[in-house]
Design a protein around this ligand. Structure first.
Ligand code: FES
Length: 125
């Protein structure tokens, strides 16, 4: 584990339940059983705050923590363009068998965006 990943694991950013979140999305890997919940506070389609809860390995904690920072202050559309590869690039090399840990944030974001759009479509008025 490189120093940057170690630092994000030991001092994770934004790992908390967000009580006033606009929307929540879930991501997980059935292969290892790890799971995250991603909370977003959205105003005018901009993610003004992101946080997550992670039930997973140190790499899942580090990559999800970095992902919450990367999507903060991004439009929902731009945040959706941030792939697991970009998370890996930010943190440096991940062992091959841990690459999937970096995919849960983007998956949870897609799920949250789906929930956000559905809530807007289905909310009367
Ligand atoms: Fe499965 Fe890290 S998320 S081992």
């Amino acid at each position: 584990m490189n120093d940057k990943i170690k630092e994000y694991f030991k001092n994770p950013r934004n790992l908390e339940v967000m009580a006033d979140a606009t929307v929540m999305g879930q991501g997980g890997d059935p292969g290892c059983g790890d799971y995250i919940e991603l909370y977003l506070k959205i105003e005018k389609d901009i993610i003004i705050k992101a946080s997550a809860m992670v039930a997973g390995c140190p790499y899942a904690i580090a990559t999800t923590s970095a992902f919450t920072e990367m999507i903060t202050n991004q439009s929902l559309d731009d945040a959706m363009m941030i792939s697991g590869d970009r998370v890996v690039s930010l943190l440096g090399d991940l062992p091959e068998e841990k690459i999937h840990c970096s995919l849960m944030g983007p998956e949870a974001l897609r799920n949250a965006a789906h929930n956000y759009i559905m809530a807007r479509i289905c909310t009367p008025g």
